[in-house]
Every structure is written in structure tokens, then in C-alpha cells.
Write a protein that binds this ligand. Structure first.
Ligand SMILES: CC(C)(COP(=O)(O)OP(=O)(O)OC[C@H]1O[C@@H](n2cnc3c(N)ncnc32)[C@H](O)[C@@H]1OP(=O)(O)O)[C@@H](O)C(=O)NCCC(=O)NCCS
Length: 157
């Protein structure tokens, strides 16, 4: 069983910048949460963009989750994020999203947004629990398989 049964999450969760040396752990998490995971080249090519930032969530010196996001003029766009399945439902994902939301005003931005596959209902429920709202349905946004995308966003009021 994944999630609540795990004993891998310590009391403190720290968010820090993603380092090149974190990549094997990040790839391992990625490969365990997706049927078609990004490979190392996918990560490196996205992270090469100057507006792309990576962070990890660490607990007890163990990386348990990551997030890649883009800097836009008024917003942060979450590009990819995942939590080690052994640590699901321990607040790691929320710590990553809260960290980003908390950076909004200090960087004079007002929105965090992303698109999700229509079928990724657990992630929709997760982002909704983090305060994001589904605002737009983008028809056939995804390929392989073709699927609608849900745009979800959090806006500072
Ligand atoms: C989505 C994901 C990041 C959530 O990470 P997490 O660390 O388990 O989330 P949290 O423990 O912080 O959850 C916070 C709240 O979100 C909601 N939530 C999280 N996962 C949920 C699920 N599978 N079903 C329903 N609600 C969920 C709950 O309200 C939860 O609070 P609770 O545990 O007190 O009930 C993780 O499940 C994951 O890596 N999924 C695969 C990758 C993915 O879909 N990424 C997002 C798109 S890029």
C-alpha cells in the first residue's frame, strides 16, 4: 500500500533548490508515478530554459518530492511535480505548492497555474485541496492518448 502506511516522512519537510545530484532520485520518483515518465534528457532540456526552476522537498535528508515551474511575468506555471508514492498523503505535495504560492507576492506575481489531464482526478483533487480552481477546459490539449486538459489556477485576491 502506498501513502499513509509509509514511515519515510520525518516531522520537518524542507523545500530547497533542485541540484544536478538530485536527478537520479527525481528520475526514480518520476518513473514510479507515470506510465510514460520523462527521461533524463526531458528533465535537462526543460531545466535548461532560463525561466525554469526546480525545487525538491526533503525530509530527514531524503528527497521525497520535486516540482519544476516556469517564471512568467505575472505567474508561476507548474510544469511537472511528483511525490514518492511511499510518502503520499503526508503533506509533501502541499508543502511544495504552498512554497510556490508563498513566493507570489514577494516576486510581485499573482497566479500559480498548470494544466492537468482530465483523467488525472487524484491530482485535480490534490490541487483543489491546495486552493487551485479548475477554470478552463482545453479540448484535446494532450496527445498520446488525446485528452482534454483542465487549466487549474490559484490567484491572489
Ligand atoms: C498529486 C501528488 C503530487 C500529491 O502529493 P501528496 O504529497 O500525496 O499530497 P498531500 O499529502 O500534500 O495532499 C494534500 C491534500 O490533497 C488531497 N489529496 C492528495 N492526494 C489525493 C488523492 N489521491 N485523492 C484525493 N485527494 C488527494 C487531500 O485533501 C490531501 O489532504 P489529506 O491527506 O489531509 O486528506 C501525488 O499524488 C503525485 O505525485 N501524483 C502523481 C504525479 C502527479 O499527478 N502530479 C501532478 C501533475 S504534474
Amino acid at each position: 500500500m502506498q501513502g499513509k502506511s509509509a514511515d519515510v516522512v520525518g516531522t520537518e519537510v524542507k523545500i530547497r533548490w533542485l541540484l544536478r545530484s538530485d536527478l537520479p532520485t527525481v528520475l526514480d520518483i518520476e518513473s514510479r508515478v507515470w506510465d510514460r515518465p520523462w527521461d533524463e534528457n526531458d528533465f535537462l532540456s526543460v531545466m535548461a530554459y532560463r525561466n525554469c526552476i526546480g525545487v525538491v522537498a526533503e525530509s530527514g535528508d531524503r528527497v521525497l518530492g520535486f516540482m519544476l515551474y516556469e517564471l512568467h511575468k505575472n505567474s508561476f506555471r507548474i510544469v511537472n511535480m511528483a511525490v514518492d508514492p511511499q510518502a503520499w498523503r503526508h503533506g509533501i505535495g502541499r508543502a511544495l505548492v504552498d512554497g510556490l504560492i508563498n513566493r507570489l507576492s514577494m516576486t510581485r506575481r499573482y497566479e500559480v497555474w498548470l494544466t492537468l489531464r482530465e483523467s488525472n482526478v487524484p491530482a485535480q483533487l490534490f490541487f483543489s485541496a491546495c486552493g487551485l480552481l479548475a477554470t478552463i477546459v482545453i479540448r484535446d490539449h494532450y496527445e498520446d492518448p488525446v485528452e482534454d486538459g483542465y487549466l487549474m489556477s490559484f490567484c491572489l485576491s
